[in-house]
Design a protein around this ligand. Structure first.
Ligand code: PXP
Length: 252
């Protein structure tokens, strides 16, 4: 349960559906269809990472998402002029700022809040406020970096659970969890909403749910990976049924 007594919110990241679509350069699987199905299954928000290189989701996905889903949208993005313009024009309910490297396969670490970054963040957060967009920061469980978060303009912190998920089941798990737990308390004391995400699965999630003050988790890869496997039986059966139908298959 979240501190409010409500269940922890679930954000479903649909980038991975877009990755599959881009692998073929066609129109399916459509991430928007995935968003609608996720909503029907109980997702509380849809997460979309529009990367600078558009390697998976793009602005058309974001526009269609804004136009057709009733769920809140959490746009993950790097804080660049181009992305800031996109966020302000589509006005998702939330923006999660992440660091971005062209060569990385997925987000590799939390934000580094340098004085320059904080300057850009403050000005972006002011513009977000005018548009009613909430600002979340993707952060490592690092007390020094968390301590640099400005006291105005930022609503939420999403703690990077990647190192915990990698250490899960190994002797290092306890230490990674302890870092997250201390960070969770710090985030709460700084008056910010607490989210967690990256590398979360059915197996490593239960321990994360015991983090103090947790309000939200954002999950992508493991949900889509399981969806692909669970869907194979049905997809193959559909084709098999067609082959068994009176006009399908057999010698002519
Ligand atoms: N949260 C953030 C900030 C992310 O960058 C990602 C990956 O796009 C996720 C959550 C979801 O991570 P995963 O796909 O490993 O579940």
């Amino acid at each position: 349960m979240a501190p409010s007594g409500f269940p922890v919110r679930l954000g479903v990241n649909i980038d991975h559906v877009a990755t599959l679509r881009q692998a073929r350069g066609v129109f399916e699987p459509d991430p928007l269809a995935a968003a609608h199905l996720a909503r029907l299954a109980g997702a509380d928000q849809i997460v979309l990472h529009v990367r600078e290189d558009r390697r998976h989701a793009n602005e058309t996905d974001l526009r269609r998402l804004r136009e057709t889903t009733s769920l809140p949208v959490n746009l993950e993005m790097a804080l660049t002029e181009e992305m800031a313009g996109m966020a302000l024009s589509f006005a998702p309910e939330r923006v999660t700022l992440v660091p971005e490297k062209r060569t990385e396969r997925t987000t590799e670490g939390g934000l580094v809040l340098t004085p320059d970054y904080l300057k850009s963040l403050t000005s972006f957060a002011e513009r977000c406020k005018e548009k009613g967009i909430r600002v979340s920061l993707f952060m490592d469980p690092d007390p020094v970096m968390l301590g640099r978060i400005p006291s105005v303009g930022v609503d939420q912190v999403e703690l990077h659970t990647g190192p915990y998920s990698q250490a899960f089941g190994s002797p290092g798990e306890g230490e990674e969890f302890a870092r997250l737990s201390a960070a969770a308390t710090q985030v709460y004391r700084q008056g910010l909403i607490l989210a967690a995400g990256h590398g979360l699965t059915l197996f490593n999630l239960p321990r994360i749910l015991s983090l103090p003050h947790l309000a939200e988790v954002n999950i992508g890869h493991s949900i889509i990976a399981r969806a692909v496997l669970f869907g194979i039986r049905e997809a193959v059966s559909e084709v098999r049924s067609l082959l068994l139908a009176p006009c399908g298959g057999g010698s002519r």
